[in-house]
Write a protein that binds this ligand. Sequence first.
Ligand code: PHB
Length: 376
Amino acid sequence: MSDLFSPLAIGSLELPNRVFMAPLTRMRATAPGDVPNDLMRDYYVQRATAGLVISEGTQISAEGKGYADTPGIHSQEQVAGWRSITDAVHAAGGRMAAQLWHTGRVNHESLHDGALPVSASAVEFRSRTSLKDPDGNVVRANCPTPRALTTDELPRLVDDYRRSARNAREAGFDLVEVHAAHGYLLHQFLAETSNHRTDEYGGSLANRARLLLGVVDAIAGEIGADRVGVRLSPVGSFNGLDSDDDGESGLHVARALAERGTAFLHLSEPDWAGGPSLDDEFRTKLRDAFPGVIVGAGNYDAAKAERLLDAGFIDAAAFGRSFIANPDLPARLEHGLELNPPVPETFYGGGHEGYTDYPAMADAWPPAHIVPSVPT
Ligand code: PHB
């Protein structure tokens, strides 16, 4: 058996394989209220054979919402919606983590009654977010320059994360993942280009990491360090934020997480968004910094995952686009079967089309290439 299909323990959670479903924005929550719904339940249940299903980014507060119709985990209605999803995923034999998300400046004032999005600093930057027009069509919009959070707002922000972790436990999630990657709020604090603060949350690397580590500590205090993972993208350029320190801030955070016994570190590699492949030199540094479970993500196929598992650089791999298109991805990878191609036009918004209608192998058995050549 290859490593990808061997079990893995995260804290007290036993995972049957190392093929994870990556967090994927799909913009199909019920509006108003950003409530997880039955369509989302069906989609996640179809993918329950993942070693771990990681939810799409899920806002910790109304303020944290930066895209149209993304789900939240701050209202009781949202918690109930998620509960029905986690119950169904568990009943199908799966395990699920909630990805806790605050988009910060990757945002638009129309989602907040005209109020400006918040960030570490009021720095002009170039990025776009996705909204919906009155007919429900997804439209892209430029993000405005945000306002800087004041120092005395930050304890409230940590509390928002703490409450969302409590809600995630109440909603039946097995783990939470703190989204600190891809140029969203916690990454905006971590990176020098987006953080020009002069208080104890800006300046030195230790200061820039303070909010993220405070959030991790608050969540660990609520649900236990062995139930909290952190997603980082230490190298690359996303959402108008350049990680231009050769990954140093990511390595600093990785060491701090190792000291805290954080359940896992989820590494988003630059090639998910068309950037270069991460080199083995950085992978070695990251492994030295964080001896716990490392989940790799970014344009993975089985061969890339196996090579990095064999080298000891990762312990699991998260698959995004291929999991969108293949609800039974682990079985397909295990048996070397053909993959359905993803259809990018239906990634965001819309209904079941391009969401719950990708066929599993069993729906189309036997796959064309193993049909016996001699008809029986
Ligand atoms: C997206 O919606 O394009 C998106 C969301 C979260 C990410 C990356 C991309 O981390």
